[in-house]
Design a protein around this ligand. Structure first.
Ligand code: SER
Length: 336
């Protein structure tokens, strides 16, 4: 008999680190896939660690040979800045890789006779603001507005939301009256800030990089202008949101992709908060035109009322408490 398990792809990444720590407490059998070996601190929580690519179908079959997957957190992706350097590889990993996982979910759902939960982190990168005036002048952006991503990553995320919707309501199942076998649920994360890890290859990375650089006494050149504004949230709230969405009753859900956010500081406000905690920090601005254009295409604020209403999304940290109660004390402890 196969062992029931939760599968996490991209497990060694930023979200994976925080998610595994939380799931380990819940005592689920965790199976991971990542292109790099897991951090040893994570590996001890994991039943089986597979090092390799989600494009390797043989690797995915090895999971199925041994485990009965009933939930998937599909976190593996190339982030937005990195994807612009290697757009075809990004498309392979972000789209073909996701398709492989959706097929795996469909296969498992058919084999168990009940839907496999598929949790998918999408992103504010699915939005494309037409210009700075629009970005500055509009109310928080709703899920169905401005779906014109500028980046390969944003295109990939938006399309994969639709692929998830397709697998969740597969026409063959609808035609035969059989219940869907993939229970696809997605959140559009804002920039995430973790006290424990740094992202790599993203464009919202200036905020976490600024904080971690200051904590380790390193100078930091912020790659966006001071008045740049996008939504962010603290990593514990991001993981709580994934777990809350996973636990929500299917009938409570009115959409397949939900906006989330907690606070929308400017880069200058982030710098001020960092300087308050680390007065000697050396942070200046050296805007990178391409990365600036990417964040300028993302909304300043998103409307997350659907997530609040449908499944009780309620982030614990606002901008002040994220710094005072989570980031600064945890980071100081970490680098002590
Ligand atoms: N944080 C991601 C990035 O910057 C967006 O989801 O690429």
């Amino acid at each position: 008999m196969r062992t029931p398990a939760v599968l996490i792809t991209g497990a060694n990444g930023e979200i994976g680190h925080a998610l595994i720590e939380r799931l380990a407490v819940a005592d689920a059998a965790i199976v991971t896939i990542d292109v790099t070996p897991l951090d040893p601190a994570l590996a001890r929580h994991v039943r089986r660690e597979l090092t390799g690519s989600i494009l390797d179908r043989g690797l995915l079959e090895r999971v199925l040979a041994e485990f009965e997957v009933d939930r998937i957190y599909h976190l593996a992706a190339l982030l937005s800045t990195r994807s612009e350097f290697t757009p075809l590889t990004a498309h392979d990993v972000n789209v073909a890789g996701t398709l492989n996982l959706l097929e795996l979910a469909q296969h498992e759902g058919e084999s168990h006779g009940r839907p496999v939960a598929f949790l998918y982190p999408s992103s504010i990168a699915v939005y494309g603001m037409p210009d700075a005036e629009t970005k500055a002048g509009i109310p928080p952006v709703r899920e169905e507005d401005y779906n014109q991503p500028r980046t390969m990553y944003g295109c990939n995320k938006l399309y994969c939301e639709h692929l998830g919707r397709y697998y969740g309501r597969h026409y063959k199942q609808l035609a035969s009256g059989v219940e869907p076998r993939v229970d696809f649920r997605s959140v559009r994360f804002p920039g995430l800030i973790s006290a424990m890890t740094l992202p790599s290859g993203g464009t919202s990375d200036y905020a976490p990089e600024m904080i971690h650089a200051a904590a380790t006494g390193k100078p930091y050149a912020c790659f966006v202008r001071p008045n740049t504004k996008i939504p962010f949230m603290a990593m514990p709230d991001a993981v709580d949101a994934l777990l809350a969405l996973a636990a929500a009753h299917p009938e409570a859900l009115t959409r397949y992709a939900y906006n989330l956010s907690a606070f929308s500081p400017t880069a200058e406000e982030v710098r001020d908060a960092v300087l308050k905690a680390f007065p000697d920090a050396d942070i200046w601005y050296s805007a990178d035109a391409k990365r600036q254009a990417i964040v300028d295409s993302w909304p300043a604020e998103v409307d997350d009322s659907a997530a609040r209403q449908d499944w009780g999304f309620s982030p614990k940290f606002d901008f002040t408490t994220a710094f005072d109660d989570y980031l600064i004390p945890t980071i100081k402890e970490r680098y002590r």
